[in-house]
Design a protein around this ligand. Structure first.
Ligand SMILES: Nc1ncnc2c1ncn2[C@@H]1O[C@H](COP(=O)(O)OP(=O)(O)O)[C@@H](O)[C@H]1O
Ligand SMILES: [Mg+2]
Length: 367
């Protein structure tokens, strides 16, 4: 049976998702294991983790060789454990006999620099690396409102909106689903705060886009693309995430809610709805191959699109380890497909690997 391994940073993370996948594995002739990268024994190359027992429909503790197909669902932070696991995962990615479903994407800034030179550049909010506090103050003087995001950030963490009034500056962020705002009475005070913010982590700056519904709630469109059992990209579905009224984030982890895409688009005037649909289809048709040409192979891709009040369409964020909540809540009919896809694509990859090895073997024989 083909061994399918899932990696995460804790054994609790996404447990119900992994269990749903594991329940379907037997029907695909596969066995599912999950483990934490730091639990690999560097000498034996075995790992202590959990194996899914299909008869008992339960996870059992086990020690096993590293599975040859790996689904990486590690979400790194800035903690010690993340720092320990990251190089192990990089090492695994370089092993010839191990295949990852997807090899991940670089940080937001690198993504921007690559996509800026493609036909998708008109959809990218102008983005700059924040080298120093002056960059931010200069942008604020011009644009009046900007957003700062950690270049390696995710889940809406550490995002600030900044607004310049006559003399004062208003800085807002969302912490634990609460809006926190602070007024800086002058530029010098803001400068000092910015300097300390950017020494902690690297930030990028973008103009603040009014990505709000008519009720002034921040919202975005989240689409999920995945490869199927033949290795072809396709869209699984799309949904709308709505944040708190007056808030800055529409991330679900920041307290957002979701609604079906069809419900949202059906309320728009026909020509606007058609225009948006065409634009979204175009973006989705271009993105996967542009990313895979520039970086490494992927299995899935979460695409966040913002639509500004003036109708302009923006690619906000690309996630190589996307969540499934928006889709599961708005399209419960997709549940089985969603859970089957990683297995089917893993199987496809293993057959491909097998073929490639066979070809290499045959080539060596003929020489
Ligand atoms: N330039 C922007 N203007 C206005 N709102 C933005 C902008 N960029 C991001 N946002 C809001 O912040 C949220 C999180 O930003 P995103 O780039 O997706 O970061 P993360 O990786 O933390 O999810 C978005 O879903 C959107 O609601
Ligand atoms: Mg995001």
């Amino acid at each position: 049976m083909l061994a399918f391994g899932i990696m995460s940073l804790t054994l609790e993370s996404e447990l119900s998702y992994f269990t749903e996948i594991a329940m379907l594995a037997e029907s695909c002739g596969m066995e599912v294991f999950r483990f934490i990268p730091s639990h690999i024994n560097p000498h034996s190359l075995h790992v202590k983790g959990k194996k899914f027992d299909s008869k008992r429909k339960a996870w059992v503790s086990a020690e096993f060789p590293i599975p040859s197909i790996l689904y990486d669902r590690c979400f790194y932070g800035e903690d010690e454990h993340s720092k320990q696991c990251l190089p192990i995962v990089s090492w695994l990615k370089n092993q010839k006999d191990i295949t990852f479903l997807g090899y991940g994407l670089p940080n937001k800034l690198e993504l921007y620099h690559v996509l800026k030179n493609t036909p998708l550049s008109p959809y990218l909010p102008p983005t700059q690396h924040v080298q120093d506090a002056k960059t931010v103050i200069k942008e604020l003087a011009q644009k009046k409102k900007v957003i700062l995001k950690p270049i390696g950030g995710a889940h809406g963490y550490g995002i600030y909106s900044l607004k310049k009034n006559d003399k004062t500056f208003l800085v807002k962020t969302e912490k634990q689903k609460q809006m926190v705002s602070r007024i800086f009475p002058n530029e010098a005070k803001l400068h000092k705060w910015l300097e300390s913010l950017i020494t902690k982590r690297q930030y990028l700056i973008q103009p603040y886009l009014e990505l709000v519904t008519n009720e002034l709630e921040p919202f975005d469109i989240r689409m999920l693309l995945q490869k199927d059992e033949f290795g072809n990209w396709g869209e699984l579905g799309r949904g709308i995430r709505v944040g708190n009224s007056g808030g800055i984030l529409s991330n679900l982890s920041a307290g957002g809610t979701c609604k079906p895409f069809s419900e949202w688009i059906s309320k728009l005037p026909k020509t606007k709805a058609e225009y948006i649909t065409e634009e979204l289809d175009y973006i989705l048709s271009e993105l996967p191959h542009l990313l895979e040409n520039a970086f490494l192979p992927l299995f899935e891709l979460g695409v966040d699109i913002g639509i500004a009040q003036n109708g302009s369409i923006w690619i906000l964020d690309l996630n190589s380890k996307p969540g499934r909540k928006v889709l599961l809540q708005t399209r419960p009919d997709l549940k089985d497909t969603l859970h089957m896809r990683p297995l089917l694509y893993g199987k496809y990859l293993s057959q491909l690997e097998h073929l490639e090895r066979k070809n290499t073997y045959e080539k060596t024989l003929s020489h």
